[in-house]
Design a protein around this ligand. Structure first.
Ligand code: GTP
Length: 597
């Protein structure tokens, strides 16, 4: 039957190891697009993604392949995001497959994120085909990389395919192996519909597009469907597949992957991981594994120009249409005025959203340092979850502050192990595992997430000369001696700089921060006092001296046009400053917490 000649698979690869280039080769070989139509890297649909070279939204293509056995096969290649922030999307994409290609850059070796994704694939019982890509590079070391795959991932790799997505070597061999090794989808065409939502996004013309893998039964226009976790009902208007161009089909049968248009107004209505079923003949149970994704990293975002506030709100609402993981709620800061506290899956997710707000919506924003969610138990036994340190209840009402811990796996060449361990220990990490392999070491730590949102990734890269890679997941909340530190500018508390920090580190970090702020806050016409305080106790003090008279005279020498020009120039340069009381504070100051010595 047709179902026996379907193969559903993903590519697991670390960023830059060649996933998109390889996908292009498959599409070429399967003749889905003429060369002329073939834009570079068709799988990545958003500009910003292409520039960053990171796949954010999973997409899928249907390919027709005539194998050496003379039969025609239907492939669904399901794209997965490669970055640690998007691990839930990866796991949903993998749940829609029977197999995966593990693509490793033969000149680089295995990276932590790919290992994590392979484990996820193995949990879903996927058949994994190892591929060593970039074999054309003189620096390729296939033997070492094979050993790493065997020792770190635990997969036999003696027969790993040697490929080059650049010169086309090994491409056909990969597809033959897909046909032979990856099982056809099981599933019962006669059973009630169960379709896994792999992805959903908002399209201005089509409304919400839902990408699904049909596990049992079938989906067709005219059918009434229901989301099993969400409990909402819709009428299917269209069904289709990406080739990669969108093409309408009369039905999505058992085992296939395709898209559904069903008049869903926002992606809230069809969350990734939920199950679609037939409303008039529902399946007895949803597919396993649906969960709500939780934002883990929060930051306050404030328009530099308060007149932009409404535009900012609209921009966030629009972005949220396509990104159910983005959270936001209005927030008021004494220092910064009206803004939003925004929640993200991780630091990369945060950067991407900030960049889109600035580029696509032309907003000038000021951001506060990212924080994590703390669990607070008050003396009345109430449990609060707070992401804004400024909202912490007074000390005498707090019984306990608990911070989120993550479990991280770091993969690093042996010679950089020492500095990586030192870094983890400095960040209050607790080692849970250490495993030596070919030339790399897999070291696992439990770390407080608030130490990681500082500059952990940058430091990790720098102490390992760029060789260490890391993945992490939330592990648990743990109580600790945590205190709130405030920053006072000329005696006034700057709420946007309040910070929760471990008591043992508080004094040192307070001194460092005050000293950094001193360098960042420009001289004003008067003296500026910077203080770090815990409760009523001042732990550090610095002073920004007043500007000298002659400097002032030079800049603003009475000539009003000149002064205006100067101001305009400053505006052009988009210097992000915020007036706090009488003091002008630059954006960098709000992020000064992020750097550690
Ligand atoms: P993300 O989309 O960021 O996840 O990266 P990716 O894994 O899709 O990598 P991509 O296909 O964008 O390739 C990364 C870089 O490696 C590009 O500059 C490619 O041209 C290059 N590249 C990919 N495959 C090969 C190969 O087989 N040989 C050589 N020499 N370069 C390759």
């Amino acid at each position: 039957s047709e179902q026996e000649r379907i193969r559903n698979f993903s590519i697991i690869a670390h960023v830059d190891h060649g996933k998109s280039t390889l996908a292009d080769q498959f599409i070429r070989l399967c003749g889905a697009l003429s060369e002329r139509e073939m834009a570079n890297q068709v799988l990545d649909s958003m500009d910003i993604e292409r520039e960053r070279g990171i796949t954010i939204k999973a997409q899928s293509v249907r390919l027709q392949y005539r194998a050496d056995d003379g039969q025609d096969y239907t492939f669904h290649l399901i794209d997965t995001p490669g970055h640690v922030d998007f691990s839930y999307e990866v796991s949903r994409s993998l749940a829609a497959c029977e197999g995966a290609l593990l693509v490793v850059d033969a000149s680089q070796g295995v990276e932590a994120q790919s290992v994590a994704n392979c484990y996820t694939a193995l949990e879903h019982d996927l058949e994994i085909i190892p591929v060593l890509n970039k074999i054309d590079l003189p620096a390729a070391e296939p033997d070492r990389v094979r050993r790493e795959i065997e020792e770190i991932v635990g997969l036999p790799a003696a027969n790993a395919i040697l490929a080059s997505a650049k010169d086309g070597r090994g491409i056909r061999e990969i597809l033959e192996q897909v046909v032979q090794d990856i099982p056809a989808p099981r599933g019962d065409p006669a059973a009630p519909l169960q379709a896994l939502i792999i992805d959903s996004w908002f399209d201005n013309y089509l409304g919400t597009v839902v990408l699904v893998r049909v596990m049992n039964g079938s989906l067709r226009p005219g059918q009434k469907i229901r989301t099993m976790a969400g409990g909402k009902e819709y009428l299917v208007e269209k069904t289709g597949v990406f080739t990669p161009k969108p093409v309408h089909v009369s039905a999505l049968d058992t085992g296939t992957v395709g898209f559904v248009i069903a008049g869903i107004r926002s992606i809230e209505g069809a969350r990734v991981g939920d199950t679609l079923t037939d409303a008039s003949r529902p399946a007895p149970a949803p597919l396993p594994g649906f969960r709500e994704v939780q934002a883990q990293v929060f930051t306050g975002l404030y328009p530099i120009d308060s007149a932009d506030y409404e535009r900012f709100r609209e921009a966030l609402q629009k972005l949220r249409l396509n990104d159910a993981a983005l959270q936001f709620e209005p927030e008021t800061s004494q220092a910064l005025g009206f803004g939003f506290r925004c929640g993200f899956l991780g630091l990369l997710h945060m950067e991407i959203i900030q960049e889109r707000l600035e580029r696509e919506y032309q907003l000038d924003l000021l951001s506060t340092a990212p924080t994590v969610v703390y669990e607070i138990e008050t003396t009345d036994g109430e449990i609060l979850h707070l992401s804004n340190p400024a909202e912490l209840p007074p000390t005498n009402r707090i019984r306990e502050i608990r911070e989120p811990l993550i479990r991280s796996n770091i993969l690093v060449p042996e010679k950089y192990l020492g500095p990586v361990i030192t870094l983890c220990e400095e960040r209050r990490g607790r080692q849970v595992n250490l495993q030596f392999t070919g030339g790399q070491v897999m070291v696992s730590y439990e770390l407080p997430l608030n130490e990681v949102v500082l500059d952990f990734f940058d430091r990790l890269k720098s102490v390992s000369r760029g060789y260490a890679s890391m993945d992490y997941e939330f592990s648990r909340f743990q109580a600790g001696p945590l205190v709130k530190m405030d920053i006072l500018i000329n005696g006034e508390k700057l709420d946007a700089l309040s910070w929760i920090v471990h008591r043992d580190f508080a004094e040192r970090r307070g001194r460092e921060l005050a000293s950094r702020l001193k360098d960042l806050i420009p001289r004003q016409m008067f003296e500026v006092a910077i203080q770090a305080a815990i409760g009523a106790k001042i732990i550090a003090r610095e002073t920004v001296k007043a500007m000298r008279k002659d400097v002032l005279a030079k800049c603003y020498g009475g000539d009003i046009t000149r002064k205006r020009k100067l101001l305009e120039k400053q505006k052009e340069g988009k210097k992000r400053m915020k007036q706090v009381g009488r003091v002008e504070i630059p954006q960098e100051a709000f992020l000064a917490i992020l750097q550690t010595e």
